[in-house]
Design a protein around this ligand. Structure first.
Ligand code: UT7
Length: 330
């Protein structure tokens, strides 16, 4: 039986206009521009200020742009998968809201929760629908309004994250390009090194959970840093070895943007020079599920048909993984 392959045929994005700079954060918490830049690589991040807009809005805008660029009508989309940790509501799924907002009448839609690895998990899931022939057009969206769960009195987390969304359209490949391989890992973080304590069924919202600021991100930065550095570098090397890719075969590393030092360590482990690494953390910070499609969007004019890309991420869960694809847009 002939095996179908899924390929990205368009990339869209959405970034809020407001830029929250390190200098502005200096006024909110005990931090400074030099510390933030040298420890993370971040100079500014985008924040969605409009209180009436949230993750679904950003995801819908990114999806609409991808569809326009692909010249595909929303009503022809079969499936929408949206990766996020900041859904508009605990339920219904944000993907359902996007389905209505963009007018993708016949698509079924669901959310996928894998934190910073969410986009990669969703891309693999979406590609399976194309490969099996069960769907012809799949929108994969990574969108997060991180500012909605940040504690702007906690200097160890509020400096890291920003808001944004990216979306790709997946269709069947008719040539050798497309998504070739994936590796995903999970290790349940029972120590709760990276989590949002309250708001779920374990600790529903109460006056106490609000007063104790438990509806925000909490992170043991040092512990997560160690795991992320090892996890992202190991899995990137693993996918190269599995597919007999040498450093010179890889055109681009597309890494999750959590910390410039983690990205550098991954590139070094893969034997890649810094010119082959997509880095936009300086402008946007960590947009969680948004980082990888936002990189693809920013670099789309530099990518050549047939380029070998390694996408890699590590995030809460813990979840991590890598995808090897050949760029298919001409
Ligand atoms: O995307 C999902 C996965 N997440 C990640 O991959 C993030 C992983 N972790 C990290 O990127 C880093 O651990 C951080 C950027 C969060 C922190 O960097 P670090 O080099 O690990 O710093 P640290 O936590 O070891 O803190 C060093 C010092 C501490 O002070 P003392 O105890 O040495 O006096 C912190 O209190 O830096 C202090 N510090 C700050 N100082 C100024 C922590 N945050 C700040 C801050 N400004 N914003």
């Amino acid at each position: 039986m002939e095996v179908k392959r899924a390929k990205i045929t368009a990339v869209g994005h959405y970034l809020p206009e407001y830029r929250l700079t390190n200098f502005e954060l200096e006024k909110l918490v005990d931090t400074n521009d030099e510390w933030i830049r040298s420890r993370t690589g971040i100079s500014e991040r985008r924040i969605l200020k409009d209180p009436d807009k949230a993750t679904a809005y950003m995801g819908a805008e990114a999806a609409k742009e991808a569809l326009t660029l692909a010249n595909v009508k929303a009503e022809d989309v079969d499936l929408i998968i949206l990766a996020t940790v900041t859904p508009d509501y605990l339920f219904p799924a944000t993907a359902c809201l996007v389905q209505e907002m963009i007018g993708a009448k016949k698509a079924f839609a669901f959310d996928l929760s894998a934190a910073c690895s969410g986009f990669l998990y969703a891309l693999t899931t979406g590609s399976m629908y194309i490969e099996s022939g069960r769907a012809k057009k799949v929108l994969v969206i990574g969108a997060d309004k991180m500012s909605s769960i940040l504690d702007y009195t906690d200097r160890s987390t509020c400096i890291l994250f920003g808001d944004g969304a990216g979306a790709v359209l997946l269709e069947e490949s008719t040539d050798e390009t497309g998504i070739i391989d994936h590796i995903h890992h999970t290790e349940g973080d029972t120590e709760c090194s990276l989590y949002q304590h309250a708001g779920g069924s374990r600790h529903p919202a109460t006056i106490e959970t609000v007063q104790n600021r438990q509806h925000h991100i909490t992170q043991d930065g040092r512990a997560v840093f160690k795991k992320a550095t090892m996890g992202m570098a190991d899995v990137s090397l693993e996918i190269m070895e599995k597919n007999n890719l040498k450093p010179e075969d890889v055109a681009w590393l597309v890494p999750h943007q959590a910390n410039l030092r983690i990205i550098d360590a991954t590139a070094k482990r893969m034997g890649l020079s810094s010119e082959k690494v997509m880095i936009n953390i300086g402008k946007y910070g960590n947009t969680t599920a948004g980082t990888i499609p936002l990189c693809l969007y920013d670099w789309k004019d530099k990518l050549n048909h047939g380029d070998n890309l390694v996408l890699a991420a590590f995030g809460g869960g813990f979840t991590w993984g890598a995808i090897y694809l050949k760029w298919g847009i001409k």
